[in-house]
Design a protein around this ligand. Structure first.
Ligand code: AP5
Length: 213
């Protein structure tokens, strides 16, 4: 049996960067609600139209809609060996829904890995984030520059503009941060320091956490 892992941390803390590596290491799917919403937005689906306003303003998509999508995704065959949840849960109701959903199946989250990075570093990182629309790879113009052959096709996320980043941080502190205590109370919280640390050194810490499970 594989691991069911939740990634916690502010926007830009490096959840996606680490989740991709962990998914490769553990051979389980990386499920990012942000990626699911952005893909629907890009494809112009009815779900994409519904979530557009929330993503562009840096607010949260309503819990009910988000929970419905995740509950469906977790029933896919590739999830039987575990998964890395990135960007979900993001509120206490979402965390409670996940616990209840798993309990009905006799399952539970094995670890909630919280990557801790101060707000000042977050703003700096997000303004320099770029992603590759062909491979999904995440780069940073300052901290992990892209290879020259892909540089021309990289895009910046709409919600990485300075004003939206501040709103995302506000939303994070008000609504998402309380779930750190929620997972601490469940006894599965694992803290990892992501400040002033390269993605490689954060991953080394994450691997140490995985060894304890
Ligand atoms: P989502 O896509 O989940 O965005 P987020 O949580 O704001 O997280 P990010 O993807 O911005 O950051 P990350 O922590 O993954 O960092 P990354 O690895 O890219 O959500 C987007 C929107 O969708 C939300 O605002 C909301 O509207 C909606 N949504 C999603 N889920 C929802 C839910 N459950 N409920 C309701 N609404 C929901 O790294 C950031 C940058 O830093 C990169 O450039 C990277 O290269 C660089 N970097 C990474 N690690 C390091 C390091 N150690 N040192 C230096 N740079 C680093």
């Amino acid at each position: 049996m594989g691991f069911r892992i939740v990634m916690l941390g502010a926007p830009g803390a490096g959840k996606g960067t680490q989740a991709v590596r962990m998914a490769q290491e553990l051979k389980v799917p990386h499920i990012s609600t942000g990626d699911i919403f952005r893909k629907n937005l890009k494809d112009g689906t009815p779900l994409g139209l519904k979530v557009q306003g929330y993503l562009n303003s840096g607010g949260l998509v309503p819990d009910e809609l988000t929970c419905e999508i995740v509950a469906d995704r977790l029933t896919w065959d590739d999830c039987t060996a575990g998964y890395i949840l990135d960007g979900f849960p993001r509120s206490i109701p979402q965390a409670e829904m996940l616990t209840a959903f798993l309990a009905k199946r006799g399952e539970a989250i094995d670890a909630a890995i919280n990557i801790d990075v101060p707000d000042s570093e977050i703003v700096d990182r997000l303004s320099a984030r770029r992603s590759d629309p062909e491979t999904g790879a995440i780069y940073n113009l300052k901290f992990s520059p892209p290879p020259p052959e892909v540089a021309g096709r990289l895009i910046q996320r709409e919600d990485d503009k300075a004003e939206t980043v501040l709103n995302r941080l506000l939303t994070y502190h008000e609504t998402t941060e309380p779930i750190i205590s929620y997972y601490d109370d469940l006894g599965v919280l694992k803290n990892v320091s992501g400040a002033n640390a390269t993605p490689d050194s954060v991953f080394a810490e994450v691997l140490d956490v995985l060894k304890t499970l």
